[in-house]
Design a protein around this ligand. Structure first.
Ligand code: PLP
Length: 401
């Protein structure tokens, strides 16, 4: 069976160059990078080079990169680390309702320990209202944590404007750029970002490695206390192979981004327009243009998202849905709920997130396979029959029941 992977926002395959680059550090170069003997020398050098490559991709200084174990750790470090270090100056934090659970969870945790958190709304396109954002700022605001691009819809927030406003008010600005880094150019200086989170497994490096950019001069309290690694900002023996891998992945992203953006955007647009043309009652969840190039989230009304996914899976296609089956109840995605997507439409949503490996043939295969899947489900839906005036036919054909 064909295997078509359209779930790159969940995780990406490891790039072959990344795999090759990290192998020596899983074998012969096993030394502890803090060791002063021969065993530590090459790992230390490899870490320095990895750091340089990550820094180059987002245009910061090497001393401004802290390696972590994943994006979730990075978000927690940035948010709790700033909250703790600035708690004498104020207790107000601004975020949005559509952040990743790593950010929402950290903010809710802080809210329980005395911080006051504003969760901003988004509009029906999943976009932030900058006026509402400005109005949320108070003299007690110490941290703004707003994502670069949303993992479910791909919508890109107006980060440059948010950065400017944060700077005008002298408030620390963190952005979770786990879904942005490697997909679109990001320059932390131009965007006046103070802290930024990224994660290796979203950019063709393995799981278990991430990084946080922390602008020079920004003080944050560590999450993990321990040794002197990462300039005392994150204790723990470094994941040398992971750091080499994320460095290589950033180098490749830097090298290939321009061509990739063009290629992936063209494929994504082919998928999006093709599905719109071939399947009626389809809605795009997200902004029509302000999106990362690889993501499209659509609702196929009167068909259930999880069932569509299972049917796609049977045809070898991997995608994901906007709802998660938790303890027997289908919870609609918090992102789609915040956008005001009707509950039925959020239950019928599917996210396709493309990646480097995808081809026109992959897209055309989805365009061939998905319409009959949706059609079959709708043929069993009484609501669809009512909506399209086919109720009489259905009761007639189902008469033998
Ligand atoms: N932030 C966003 C926007 C994400 O999409 C993810 C992962 O899906 C994370 C944070 C968490 O990253 P990790 O899986 O590396 O912990």
């Amino acid at each position: 069976m064909k295997r078509i992977y359209l779930d790159n926002n969940a995780t990406t395959p490891i790039h072959h160059e990344v795999f090759e680059a990290m192998l020596p550090y899983l074998k012969d170069e096993f030394g502890n990078p803090s060791s002063i003997h021969w065993g530590g020398r090459n790992p230390r050098k490899a870490i320095d080079e990895g750091r340089e490559k990550v820094a180059r991709l987002i245009n910061c200084d090497v001393s401004e990169i802290i390696f972590t174990s994943c994006g979730s750790e990075g978000d927690n470090l940035a948010i709790k680390g700033i909250a703790e270090s600035k708690k004498d100056k104020g207790n107000h934090i601004i975020t949005t309702k559509i952040e990743h659970p790593a950010v929402l969870g950290a903010c809710k945790y802080l809210a329980k320990s005395g911080f006051d958190v504003t969760f901003l709304d988004v509009d029906s396109h999943g976009m932030l209202d900058l006026d509402q954002f400005r109005k949320a700022i108070t003299p007690k605001t110490i941290l703004i944590t707003i994502m670069f691009a949303n993992n479910e819809t791909g919508v890109i927030f107006p980060i440059e404007e948010i950065g400017k406003i944060a700077k005008e008010h002298n408030i620390t600005f963190h952005t979770d750029a786990v879904q942005g880094v490697g997909k679109v150019p990001i320059d932390v200086k131009k965007l006046t970002i103070d802290l930024l989170t990224l994660s290796g497994h979203k950019l063709y490096a393995p799981k278990g490695i991430g990084a946080v950019y922390v602008k020079r001069g920004v003080r944050l309290v560590p999450l993990i206390h321990g040794g002197h690694q990462e300039r005392n900002r994150r204790g723990g023996t470094e994941n040398t192979a992971g750091i080499v891998a994320i460095g290589k992945a950033c180098e490749i992203a830097h090298r290939d981004m321009e061509a990739e953006v063009k290629q992936i955007t063209a494929l994504r647009d082919r998928l999006e327009t093709g599905l719109m043309e071939k399947i009626s009652h389809t809605r795009l969840n997200g902004h029509p243009t302000k999106r990362i190039p690889n993501t499209v989230n659509m609702s196929f009304e009167f068909a259930e998202g999880e069932s569509i996914l299972l049917n796609l899976d049977m045809k070898g296609i991997a995608a994901s849905s906007g709802s998660a089956c938790t303890s027997g109840t289908l919870e609609p995605s918090h992102v789609l709920v915040a956008m005001g997507v009707p509950i039925e439409a959020s239950h019928s949503s599917v996210r396709f997130s493309l990646g480097r490996g995808n081809t026109i043939e992959d897209i055309d295969y989805v365009l061939e396979v998905l319409p009959p899947i949706v059609e079959k489900m709708r043929s069993m839906s009484p609501l669809y029959s009512v909506a399209t005036g086919q109720a009489a036919n259905i009761s007639f054909s189902e008469g033998g029941g």
